[in-house]
Design a binder for this molecule. Structure first.
Ligand SMILES: *Cc1c(COP(=O)(O)O)cnc(C)c1O
Length: 375
């Protein structure tokens, strides 16, 4: 049996969790949280990395820090996870959906400008499969219209755009450490803050509206309630698990890229004969092998292929159902322009098994079942 995903595990997680337990400090912002934040800041070069309880919560924090108010509009793709929209809708904003590019399945940067109104406050590019959106164009549009950019880099740790780590280009970047992501802590995430001006408020929002972070650093002698906030910090037990993985990030990344390349190589003949399409990665984007997907001709062919793989005990799954057609999407959002690719591509896309530790033999087996299917 070949599973679709197995959460990453490198070996040191148990030891680090034991250390956290023995330290009698298992709430947030202890030693392991500090180590994870430092690692993330060094690796990405951003001003501040704050661990959060999820990527959804990092995005919620971004919405608060960006000052999103009821009636504001936020531009994003419809082909994304619900969290991208939820974080802004919770603050009373409207999600304005823009079509995706058929090649990377990322927001089509050329359609953003016509979605802008006088209510628009932010653009939320989602780096699908860890492959970057066209950030130069997006940052340019944001600058011209005075908009914030919040990167949904949930899948993007270890990926770059023209050499710049994903999540560090916009005002805020949101990363996920859910068990389905390349590096995990069960449930968890991280907020990357580009400009130092936002750090103090971010720490306050994350710590229930208090200045406790300053207190812990000895900058003030008692802490107090200074603003509206919530509790967005994960426990040390989760951070301990994550730190073991971050230490091995290069090994995990290399392992995933190896499996990804093997898929690509094995399936290239099917692409060349026009049977399927394979992922496209622009040459200036370095990706992290978060996902390997193929595109079938249509939804019926995909359903048949999923069944053929299942018969061989291989789990392959489709992905997002576009948000604009969902009940909440209709209530809280609107589609700007024409849905040329969002629905069409989402119905053709099939994700193949991909996780750290997936053997090349298993990749070969999956590919041979797919090749047989198209014979
Ligand atoms: C996984 C994911 C999220 C949500 O991450 P959580 O950590 O589960 O909140 C948001 N956006 C995208 C694009 C994702 O893939």
């Amino acid at each position: 049996m070949i599973k679709f995903n197995i959460p990453p595990y490198v070996g040191k997680e148990k030891e680090y969790i034991s250390q956290a337990i023995d330290s009698h400090k298992i709430c947030g912002d202890g030693e392991f949280t500090r180590k994870c934040s430092l690692w993330l800041e060094e690796k990405t070069g951003t001003s501040k990395a704050l661990l959060t309880t999820s990527c959804t919560h990092a995005t919620e924090m971004s919405a608060i820090l960006a000052g999103i108010q009821p009636g504001d509009e936020v531009i994003m793709p419809s082909y994304t996870f619900v969290s991208t929209a939820d974080a802004f809708v919770l603050r009373g904003a409207k999600a304005v959906f823009v079509d995706i590019r058929p090649d990377t399945l990322n927001i089509d940067e050329t359609l953003i400008e016509e979605a802008i109104t006088d209510k628009t406050k932010a653009i939320v590019p989602v780096h699908y499969a860890g492959v970057s959106c066209e950030m130069d164009q997006i940052m340019q549009i944001a600058a011209e219209h005075d908009l914030m950019v919040i990167e949904d880099a949930a899948q993007g740790l270890m990926s770059t755009y023209k050499g710049r780590p994903l999540g560090t280009i916009g005002d805020f970047g949101c990363i996920s450490f859910h068990e389905t992501k390349n590096y995990s802590m069960g449930e968890g995430g991280c907020l990357l803050i580009r400009d130092e001006d936002y750090i103090e408020r971010a720490e306050i929002v994350r710590e229930k509206g208090t200045n406790r972070s300053k207190f812990f650093r000895g900058q003030i002698d008692k802490y107090t309630w200074v603003d509206a906030g919530s509790s967005y910090l994960p426990s040390e037990l989760n951070a301990a698990y994550l730190y073991a993985q971050l230490e091995e990030a290069d090994t995990i990344n290399a392992g995933r890229l190896l499996a990804w390349s093997r898929y690509y190589e094995n399936l290239q003949p099917l692409m060349k004969s026009g049977k399927i399409e394979l992922p496209y990665v622009p040459e200036y984007c370095r990706h992290n092998a978060h996902m390997f997907y193929i595109k079938t001709r249509d939804i019926n062919e995909r359903t048949a292929l999923i069944a053929a793989l299942k018969e061989r005990d291989i789990s392959a799954v489709f992905h997002y159902i576009p948000l604009h057609g969902s009940p909440a999407g209709q209530k809280f959002g609107r589609f700007s322009g024409e849905d040329k690719y969002t629905t069409k591509e989402s119905e053709r896309l099939l994700r193949l098994p991909m996780y750290y530790g997936l053997s090349l033999e298993d990749v070969d087996l999956v590919c041979s079942v797919i090749c047989d299917f198209y014979q």
